[in-house]
Design a protein around this ligand. Structure first.
Ligand code: 0WD
Length: 273
């Protein structure tokens, strides 16, 4: 059975509470995941990065009945403390975490990786896009005495070179490695930790990548599914990983990209205009 927006409805997340970090607007991957989790009965809390984002995020969060809707800049310990203290106060415990956050200077997302990567931006990119998951996972795990599940969002630019993805690819490689170490540490506590490697999806973050149009059209032409990545597929994978359906699955980077990642050499039609 599906609801009117096409997310399968049911009770898979009934009685489960979780924090969604990384909604910027209705196109955000985190929002698609939130819609799917809500359709399966989850209770959700949201963070937004700053006041200008609140305008878009608050109405979305309220539309799914969220009671915790808070600002959170992941580079600030105080900000992270406030959010996790509020969750602890309101819920005492939580069941899942969605980390869907990444950021780098726009100038680093074009041209030469070796020439355009500064020390300052390298550190900032790793802090926001990688360390924030380690930090959030550590804080969330303390609120999961009965086990739980966590996911983060990554991209193929961690495994292969992708034009202009540059320092973000390095941050995603470190994010995936961090995910595996977190999974190892938290497994004995009954907490599963996984990553979803999504194909290109039109969001604010994707708009920052130079030659984005080429990225979308090449993915469409070269992937086995010959189509754009459907955000509903990403949301469905998140539901699987965050619910009991994903029992025993941990430390995994799960690709939802129309199969693009398995292609060693694309068909001629993908490269000849
Ligand atoms: O094609 C895509 N869109 C893909 C995205 C393919 C594969 C993976 N991903 C990843 C991204 O790298 C990111 O990790 O998915 C995650 C979510 O990205 P998104 O949904 O594509 O992008 P967007 O809607 O822009 O959400 C990312 C958000 C930020 O948005 P803006 O546009 O303001 O940079 O990350 C948040 C913010 O909401 N964010 C922060 N949150 C807390 N503290 C911070 C920060 N310092 N910086 C950014």
């Amino acid at each position: 059975m599906s609801d009117e927006i096409g997310f399968p409805t049911g009770d898979l997340m009934k009685g489960k509470r979780g924090l969604i970090m990384g909604v910027a607007n209705k196109n955000s991957i985190a929002w698609r995941i939130a819609e799917q989790l809500h359709a399966q009965g989850a209770e959700l809390a949201f963070t937004y990065v700053n006041e200008s984002m609140e305008r878009r995020v608050r109405p979305l969060a309220e539309s799914v009945g969220a009671e915790i809707i808070m600002p959170c800049d992941v580079t600030s310990d105080d900000s992270m403390d406030s959010v996790f203290n509020a969750v602890a106060e309101k819920w005492s415990e939580m069941d899942f975490l969605v980390h869907s956050i990444a950021f780098t200077d726009k100038v680093a997302l074009e041209g030469s990786f070796v020439e355009n990567t500064t020390r300052e931006n390298f550190k900032m990119t790793m802090d926001i896009s990688t360390f924030s998951f380690v930090d959030a996972a550590n804080r969330a795990a303390k609120l999961m005495p009965n086990g739980g599940s966590m996911i983060t969002l990554t991209y193929l630019g961690s495994e292969r070179t992708i034009p202009n993805y540059n320092v973000m690819g390095v941050a995603k490689a470190a994010l995936e490695a961090s995910m595996r170490y977190i999974a190892r540490d938290l497994g004995p506590k009954g907490i599963r930790v996984n990553a979803i490697s999504a194909g290109p999806i039109k969001t604010l973050a994707a708009a920052g990548i130079s030659s984005g149009r080429h990225m979308f059209s090449f993915n469409r032409k070269a992937s086995p599914m010959r189509d754009d990545t459907d955000p509903k597929g990403v949301a469905g994978a998140a539901l699987y990983l965050l619910s009991g359906l994903g029992a025993s699955c941990t430390g995994e980077t799960h690709h939802v990209d129309g199969g693009f990642h398995i292609v060693g050499m694309p068909d001629e039609s993908a490269v000849i205009d």
